[in-house]
Ligand binder design. Sequence first.
Ligand code: ATP
Ligand code: MG
Ligand code: MG
Ligand code: MG
Length: 576
Amino acid sequence: MKASQFFISTLKEAPADAEVVSHKLMMRAGMIKRLGAGIYNYMPMGLRVIRKVEKIIREEMDAAGAVECLMPVIQPAELWQETGRFDKMGPELLRVKDRHNRDFVVQPTSEEVITDIARQELRSYRQLPKNFYHIQTKFRDERRPRFGLMRGREFTMKDAYSFDRDMDAAGRSYDNMYAAYCKIFDRFGLQYRAVAADTGAIGGDRSHEFQVIADTGEDAIVYCPTSDYAANIELAEAVALLSARGAATQGLTKTPTPGKSTCEDVAALLGLPLTQTVKSLVLATDELDKDGLITKTQVWLLLVRGDHELNEVKAGKVEGLKGGFRFATAGEIDAHFGCKPGYLGPIGLKAPLKIVADRTVAQMADFVCGANEVDFHFTGANWGRDLPEPDVVADIRNVVAGDPSPDGKGELAIQRGIEVGHVFYLGTKYSAAMNATFLDENGKPKLMEMGCYGIGVTRILGAAIEQNHDARGIIWPDAMAPFTVVICPIGADRSEDVKQAADKLYAELKELGVDVLLDDRGERPGAMFADWELIGVPHRVVLGDRGLKEGQVEYQGRRDEAATKVAVADIVGHLK
Ligand code: ATP
Ligand code: MG
Ligand code: MG
Ligand code: MG
């Protein structure tokens, strides 16, 4: 590529709304251009990086045996109504109507559509396992789109979905994707960590987030440097809080007074910190006997950060109480709390059920919460008043660095990360809702076991920059760089030698398949170097008259302090 043909547009200053370094640098390097909140044009320079990211993902997904397809961005609401997500998903799901007033959604993911394909196409156990993936535009109407491509509303995701005949096979599909993800993130050249994450309503221990390590990350990761324990903070907190259960139980047998005590009272009683950044309050009990009856009036608090998907309350099992609390039906919770009920699956718990009444801070004033029986509520939970969105999770955690690791193998450390990928065992959640069955060896219909696997293609650009930059600009890992090598001729308009040498080197590198750009814009050296350092091209060759007379060019890696002289005859070998 020649710079004169390409499109290069750099800025001295970042726009005022760019808060984090990756957003600033991507704007300054002319990689993206804002069209609306959380909506960006991918400019030619940025698109090259996106294409490289996609290529690596494709190669590794194909190598892992997944098959590519492409599902529509606009999807009929009927499928989303089948799983209930059309109503349950809340405002993050963008719903649109066509001219006939029919409902559609702009896909935030594609579980429904792929399950619809699977139930029509995968009829026999002989066709399993199958893993379909696509790389497609997503839309999520994020409450707070920010940080450029990192939390956009429109963004690109690779999402894959596996279909298996039973749980064991689904486990193998999961492991296979986990391994593929490791290869993908290794190839990007990023420092990352795979951490255990909450499995929500699904249960089990098969959910991992792939987190790119960066101080500016929105997520906190808890890990043990002396073992392989690693979890996201929500999971670690939940486990830690549950272990505070002895204390919780004790306190609650005396007070708070049902119907009178506030959440602060409850929290104070339990000795659990309720800070201003708490996003949701959960009161839960899991002391169930084998019939699903609650045996003790035990309740404790879970402070949950983050947007848990609200799922249906599994209330049927826990009728007929012995203790003072029971699980409510979805309708009851709705009526009592005026909010949607949620079911937060077993987080390191033995017992299967906990009820969650989940509200965001903004909505939490005068929130009634707690046990779902008349006269047993805790009312007046008001700490949500006028509180800002929690930007920093560090404040709310009950897990701190130095705490013992749950595996007993050392102390916990905490670092920040950016979620760039997520692998998740889904079980039969979608196949059951949509009746996606296959015929097993005995000719009996069985529900398919599913997994889903996402990678935030466009978010990866931001994450890579957060991890790799300096005062001069971006430092792309080779695998992601828009161009691998830039050739900067000095004074090519005055010196035929320089022009010829630059053209020759360019042609040779192109011939070898090196992704090279020749900067033939005729810019002054200072401006030219500043552009390429900002854009973050990893390798630069400078050709000037004086050097060429000595048979030399200058090579500088983007992380190098200074240039080194390389003989003209050696430079191609040096760059290959
Ligand atoms: P987050 O916790 O950051 O909101 P998520 O858990 O909602 O992400 P998933 O549903 O797991 O996201 O989607 C798979 C991947 O898609 C994420 O790991 C992330 O890399 C990417 N992703 C999710 N939301 C966005 C967004 N708003 N902008 C860019 N990428 C996103
Ligand atoms: Mg999200
Ligand atoms: Mg997440
Ligand atoms: Mg996720």
